[in-house]
Design a protein. Structure first.
Length: 290
């Protein structure tokens, strides 16, 4: 596996030798001072160029970066909006284990885009075409303090959609039930992120999918959160949902108390007890309340 030094030398030498490339900047986890450093970190690189079309027309120029296992052209995926004239990319997984997410961007486009991401670090600027950038920070991704309405909406969404989890599990519709479990887990993660924010004066990022949450909440909360993930076995799903309810209720009360919000305990109790009632219903039940 090529070292960081080897990869960066290759990335920069390519830029220096190609007159079409006027600047280089990097973003992503490698510029994030709070991201874990490991062998799976991508190289998120942007070449600032005069035009993108020539790079698209002769795609063999990327062969210099190494032998590829497979790759993706994100701007050619019809499911996502793109503007290849301003920005075009190659996501490359190499046989040595390195991964390079490389984009070419027109100068005018880069001058606007780079200001939107405080994790950008300028590696090369031949003409001084890019603006000065402050030291990289992940502050843009810090947990934001919720309004009372955002808090109330999250709680209502969790307790309302719990109904769908119970219905799906009682019917043994596992794909549907799993989707509903994922939906209410998103709401649980949101209130847990607010707890993390409260404990750090809202100066933390829990990372994509909450992968850094464990750094900022009590260990028991983290373990309880992990217990909400389950297999496709019916009983495991029921127990995961029940664990989710207990953790959500505890965390929502904490957030409400710390931020001076009103938490609708009556709604939570009604939803949870209805869920437990559905859990207890025999599979041949003809009525919800006989």
């Amino acid at each position: 596996m090529r070292t960081d030094t080897e990869m960066m030398q290759l990335i920069l030498s390519t830029a220096k030798e190609d007159k079409r490339i006027r600047a280089v900047y990097m973003n992503g986890s490698r510029t994030n001072p709070n991201a874990d450093k490991d062998i799976f970190q991508d190289y998120d690189i942007v070449y600032v160029v005069q035009e993108t079309e020539s790079f698209q027309q002769d795609k063999s120029w990327i062969d210099r970066f190494g032998k590829r296992l497979y790759m993706q052209y994100p701007e050619e995926n019809g499911e996502y909006p793109s503007n290849p004239h301003d920005c075009y990319g190659w996501l490359m997984q190499f046989t040595d284990g390195n991964r390079l997410d490389l984009h070419v961007q027109r100068i005018e486009f880069s001058q606007k885009e780079i200001k939107k991401d405080r994790l950008c670090v300028i590696l090369l600027d031949k003409d001084g075409c890019l603006p000065q950038m402050p030291p990289p920070t992940d502050a843009d991704f810090f947990v934001k303090q919720p309004t009372e309405k955002q808090f109330a909406d999250t709680c209502n969404e969790f307790w309302w959609c719990l109904n769908n989890v119970g219905k799906g599990l009682w019917r043994q519709e596992i794909p549907y039930a799993q989707d509903m479990l994922a939906l209410i887990r998103d709401e649980l993660l949101r209130v847990l992120s607010w707890k993390a924010g409260i404990r750090t004066d809202f100066s933390c990022s829990i990372g994509k999918s909450g992968k850094y949450l464990h750094r900022f909440v009590p260990r028991q909360d983290w373990e309880d959160y992990l217990s909400t993930y389950c297999s496709a076995k019916i009983e495991e799903c029921w127990q995961a949902a029940i664990s989710m309810c207990y953790l959500f209720h505890k965390t929502a009360r904490y957030v409400a108390q710390k931020l001076g919000f009103c938490y609708n305990v009556q709604e939570a109790d009604a939803s949870f007890h209805y869920f437990l009632h559905v859990y207890s219903l025999p599979k041949n039940a003809k009525e919800i309340y006989p």
